[in-house]
Every structure is written in structure tokens, then in C-alpha cells.
Design a protein around this ligand. Sequence first.
Ligand SMILES: NC(=O)c1ccc[n+]([C@@H]2O[C@H](COP(=O)([O-])OP(=O)(O)OC[C@H]3O[C@@H](n4cnc5c(N)ncnc54)[C@H](OP(=O)(O)O)[C@@H]3O)[C@@H](O)[C@H]2O)c1
Length: 290
Amino acid sequence: MSSINNAGTYKLGDRTVKRMGYGAMQLAGKGVFGPPKDRDAALAVLREAIESGVDHIDTSDFYGPHVTNQIIKEALHPYPQDLVIVSKIGARRGADASWNPAFSAEDLEAAVHDNLRNLGLDVIEVVNLRAMFDVHGPAEGSLEAPLTVLAELQRKGLIKHIGLSNVTRKQIEDGRKITEIVCVQNQYNLAHREDDALIDQLAAEGTAYVPFFPLGGFSPLQSSTLSDVAARLGATPLQVALAWLLKRSPNILLIPGTSSVGHLRENLAVADLDLPEDAMQELNGIAAKA
Ligand SMILES: NC(=O)c1ccc[n+]([C@@H]2O[C@H](COP(=O)([O-])OP(=O)(O)OC[C@H]3O[C@@H](n4cnc5c(N)ncnc54)[C@H](OP(=O)(O)O)[C@@H]3O)[C@@H](O)[C@H]2O)c1
């Protein structure tokens, strides 16, 4: 029977979640700013995700800002017991929709309280600290001060687990000296494979890797190889891109984003799409050409 259970599970903090999750960023307005065009459609996507068995939702209070979390609360609160909501902090939106670093102790504490209030939670299961040394990709720089603040909020019971986003291997290793790092969320997909070695290391260490932009983000992936493989398998190219991630490493948790129930269904159906080895080999060639 078709079920997202077929994609398997992986450990996230002290919970086990299905590898097929949902990323809520697309539920805010254009540019991840302001309210969505169709709020009822956003509510419907979240409810359908939960009805289909999704137990891992990725969000942030800086989506909107506040809007996405408020929609999640309206759609799903009181939350199913098995639902793990993961949020992220470290940025503040400007009035012009810009993404600005927000790393002071006051910023971080306010961000955690904003998440708690807007999601209607007493404790957040996982909070990712989103590094902003370079907004577009991992760059070295010390995360000691903000992680120490987060670890203190964890001791106070506001956060259960801590993860890192947009980070280097060194930042993960340094972070582990301060607190347990339960997941890493960096950009990664078929065409963007800078983290290949990191993913294998994290898998060996039993740490979840949660790729953002799994479908290519604001410009979804396009490649003739991807289209050819998809046509052969009777799937869409973006379904094949997700299936490739599932097969790439067992510690990869998927959080594809969509504002459409139709796309959500297509994405969740990937749990039943097992890529043959020759298709994997062909798809592996895409990054080399990108
Ligand atoms: N840590 C970070 O810095 C960071 C950065 C970005 C994102 N994230 C997280 O990662 C999650 C995923 O990233 P993302 O949503 O930005 O990018 P994504 O999942 O790679 O792609 C989303 C885009 O693909 C489209 N799409 C989704 N399913 C589709 C389908 N079946 N067919 C055709 N188009 C489809 C969506 O449009 P429609 O709405 O029309 O479906 C949207 O334009 C986010 O929701 C967020 O939680 C984290």
C-alpha cells in the first residue's frame, strides 16, 4: 500500500521521524514575506500533510515574519503527539523583506519566545541556529557566543534539542563542545553537492542531515538527464530529485516546500519511488555538469 512510511525513519534528537517531512517556508507571501495569497490553501496543505502521516515540519518565525508559524498553529494546534516541529533562529527580516543577522543574546531569546508564542508551544523540540556569516552558504566564523545562549535556553527548558544550519564541518565540531548538535540543515540537492563528504561523516556519526532547497528552492531543478530518467520511470523530474536524496544517504530527512496540495501529494508519493542503481549513476553525473 502507498504510504510515506515506505521512505523509512531516522533519529532526530530523542524522537524518530519519518524521512518524508514538510518544509513550511512556502506558506508565507511572495519572497517569504507577509501573508499568503490564499490562507485557506495554506491551511489545507498543512492539514493534508498531517493526514498523510507527516510527523516532521520545518519552519521559522522569520518566515513572514511570524505568518508561517501562525498558520501552522491555526491549522494544527493542538498538535498530534508524534509531530516534531523544528524551527530556526538567527535572522531578522527588514521592512524591505531583507534577511539580517540577529545573533545577540537579546535577539536569540526574543526569537525563541516568538516561536513559542506563535506556534503555541511550551517547548520547541529542535531549534536550528542559522549561521549568517554569508547568507548564501556556509562560511567560517565562531558560533560560540550564540550557541552558549541557546544552550542556556535549553537548560531553562524552552528548547529540547539544538541543530545548526548553513554551517561548516568545523562549526559543527566546535558546536559539539558546547551542546549536542542533533541535526544539520544546509543547502543540498542533485545539482548542489558541496556537502557530499559532510553528509557521509554525519551518517557515520548518527546525525540527521536535512537538506534545504531539496528541489532547487526558488528556481526548481531543471536538467535533461533528470527529465529523461523521470520519463523512463513514469515520475516527474522533481519526484526523481527527491527520490535521489532519499537513496543518497539514510540520515537525510526530506522537507520539500510547497504551497500546493497537488504538489504536496506528488512529493509525498516519492516514498514509493525506489530508484534503480543505473538511474542513480546517471543522476550522479548532473552535479559534475552543473
Ligand atoms: N536553513 C535555511 O537557511 C533554509 C533556507 C531555505 C529553506 N529552508 C527550509 O527548507 C524547506 C524547503 O526549501 P524550499 O521550500 O525553499 O525549496 P524546495 O523545497 O527546494 O522547493 C520549493 C519550490 O518548489 C516548488 N515545488 C514544490 N513541490 C513541487 C512539485 N511537486 N512540482 C513542482 N514544483 C514544486 C514550490 O512551488 P509551489 O509552492 O508552487 O509548490 C517552490 O517554488 C523550506 O520550506 C524551509 O523549511 C531552510
